[in-house]
Ligand binder design. Structure first.
Ligand code: MBD
Ligand code: FE
Length: 282
């Protein structure tokens, strides 16, 4: 096989780390809330101390942890580790007061600036893109039912091999990534292909943790979306497929019942599904 086209933990980790450092706000240097940091850091450290005492952690185990933490950084897998095992609780807290559509985690593979597409569109894809065609349509409204004309739906997803453009080699830059602009009534109709389940890299430190703990590395097949409109709270979400593998045991714990699609066969072949988004006021 062509090793240049084989996805590796180190390559996708480096891309995800660079992505994060480019897009997300840099570390605050001023205005640090010392009391807040003191509370959070003290409680996290105390929780770790308690585990060490309760399980009589040995020096061999401590050194294995130290080596593993160093390797996570060397592999560029901090974005992956944090988004798989921590982000779902941050999102749970952040989204608790939302009245409109449920959201879920963003994960490490969002890239801003995907090609702009009209309300009826085909996501950028290769000729003969493998996978079951999917017509995904719906409407974006506010919580009072007001249509949000011109709402933006940024979409990104894995292909039929479970690979994300810009994080696995050999795919066109914007494959299965697009910025869809809804029509004047907030409606959209996007043609894509159904993604495959996603296996997080098994050849890096996150994979070594999974193997050592006897876990599995799978996420159920999913579409990622960021839905936004001026004056409304942006929504970051994912949509899954009823009956799909690992819906019940997502390694990233990011499935919610409201996020599971039930596509049915479309008359022209492939599948189709309707899903509406409701945004909270900002
Ligand atoms: C993904 O595709 C993903 O969505 C998350 C949350 C973590 C790793 C890979
Ligand atoms: Fe994903």
């Amino acid at each position: 096989s062509d090793t240049a086209l084989t996805p590796t933990a180190a390559a996708s980790g480096a891309s995800a780390t660079e992505r994060f450092l480019t897009d997300k706000t840099s570390l605050p240097t001023e205005g640090t809330d010392t009391a807040r940091v003191n509370t959070l850091a003290t409680e996290v450290l105390t929780a770790v101390h308690d585990v060490i005492r309760r399980h009589r952690v040995t020096y061999d185990e401590y050194n294995a942890l130290k080596a593993w933490l160093i390797a996570v950084g060397q592999d560029g897998e901090w974005p992956l580790f944090l988004d798989v095992w921590i982000e779902h609780v941050v999102e749970e807290v952040a989204g608790a007061a939302r009245e409109g559509s449920k959201g879920t985690i963003e994960g490490p593979y969002y890239v801003p600036g995907a090609p702009a597409l009209p309300s009826t569109a085909v996501l950028p894809m290769r000729e003969n893109e493998p996978g079951t065609p999917l017509l995904f349509q719906g409407q974006v409204t506010g919580v009072s039912g007001e249509p949000l004309g011109g709402a933006l739906l940024e979409m990104w997803q894995a292909d039929d091999d479970g690979l994300y453009a810009q994080f696995a080699p050999g795919l066109p830059e914007w494959n299965l990534r697009g910025s869809v602009v809804a029509d004047a009534e907030g409606r959209f109709a996007v043609t894509t292909v159904e993604p495959a389940p996603y296996q997080i890299p098994t050849d890096g430190s996150c994979g070594r943790l999974i193997a050592a703990a006897g876990w599995h590395a799978w996420r159920p097949a999913h579409l990622h979306l960021k839905v936004s409109a001026p004056g409304y709270e942006p929504l970051t979400t994912q949509l899954y497929f009823r009956g799909g593998e690992h819906i019940q045991d997502d390694v990233a714990s990011a499935v919610k019942p409201e996020l599971v699609l039930d596509p049915r066969p479309a008359s022209g072949g492939g599948n189709e599904v309707v899903y509406d988004f409701v945004l909270d006021p900002a």
